[in-house]
Write a protein that binds this ligand. Structure first.
Ligand SMILES: CC(C)(COP(=O)(O)OP(=O)(O)OC[C@H]1O[C@@H](n2cnc3c(N)ncnc32)[C@H](O)[C@@H]1OP(=O)(O)O)[C@@H](O)C(=O)NCCC(=O)NCCS
Length: 226
């Protein structure tokens, strides 16, 4: 039987945090609800997402979160993370204090990861995405989070190749992931390019110009994860 991504990924409750020099990417928690509601009701964020509209209620944000926290889901269908600033690095901007309601005492700045382990019907490849609070833009956080995710992804897939004896470079390479941006989203395109992605297709759907991206599988990050 062919090994699938689901065989290689830990379940939600056993997913480990990813550390970069300024950030922590960790699994979703219910205490994140208020911060995520703030993120998903920012029009300047949501206009670039597939939903386009802001969430209309905190219940909608709760339902969106639920899909990334389901431990009973088999097979696992996503690998998505909350991004926080490392409290130990004293790098909170003045306007972004640690969330008083969060038990890890870190400020949530965004979300980054695989929202789905396939992009069917468009593609069998996992679908990657991210969004960050506007007050944190332009500080390199998205680039750092994406590189941190990619490093962990490569580690997990390489481990899977070893433990399941899958030859590297086999036809079905589990490392491949894809992303979609609106052509007008120049900051997002800049982040992906910096992280080793390239456009494989430009399409127009319902009058919207989209770019489809794939991560070059030879890319490996040299970012510190300590
Ligand atoms: C896209 C987004 C994640 C970037 O976050 P960020 O933390 O500001 O990203 P970084 O600081 O790591 O990098 C941003 C890059 O975009 C560049 N940039 C910003 N505005 C730009 C513009 N108008 N034109 C071209 N490049 C631009 C920055 O210069 C930087 O590149 P550089 O380091 O080469 O100078 C953030 O703007 C966001 O959350 N946007 C809304 C949601 C979204 O678009 N998600 C992605 C959907 S595909």
């Amino acid at each position: 039987m062919e090994t699938s991504l689901q065989d290689l990924l830990p379940p939600y409750s056993r997913t480990q945090a990813i550390y970069t020099s300024r950030l922590i990417l960790r699994p979703f928690q219910w205490t994140d609800l208020e911060s995520l509601y703030r993120l998903r009701t920012a029009p300047e964020v949501m206009q670039w997402t597939s939903q386009v509209q802001t969430d209309s209620s905190i219940q909608q944000t709760r339902e969106w979160m639920q899909r990334y926290m389901d431990d009973t889901e088999t097979p696992r269908r996503n690998f998505n993370f909350i991004v926080t600033l490392r409290a130990d690095k004293d790098n909170h901007p003045d306007e972004l204090q640690p969330n008083s309601f969060s038990d890890d005492n870190s400020a949530i700045i965004g979300v980054c990861g695989l929202t789905s382990l396939d992009s069917l019907p468009v593609s069998p490849l996992p679908s990657f995405g991210y969004m960050f609070l506007p007050e944190t833009w332009g500080k390199g956080y998205a680039t750092e989070a994406v590189l941190g995710f990619q490093k962990e992804w490569k580690r997990l897939i390489d481990l899977g190749h070893q433990t399941h004896s899958i030859p590297l470079g086999s036809r079905h390479d589990l490392y491949d992931i894809r992303a979609v941006t609106l052509e007008a989203n120049l900051p997002s395109a800049s982040v992906l390019r910096k992280c080793g992605w390239s456009v494989y297709e430009a399409v127009e759907i319902n009058g919207e110009k989209l770019l489809r991206w794939v991560l070059d599988r030879s890319v490996s990050s040299d970012l510190s994860t300590s």
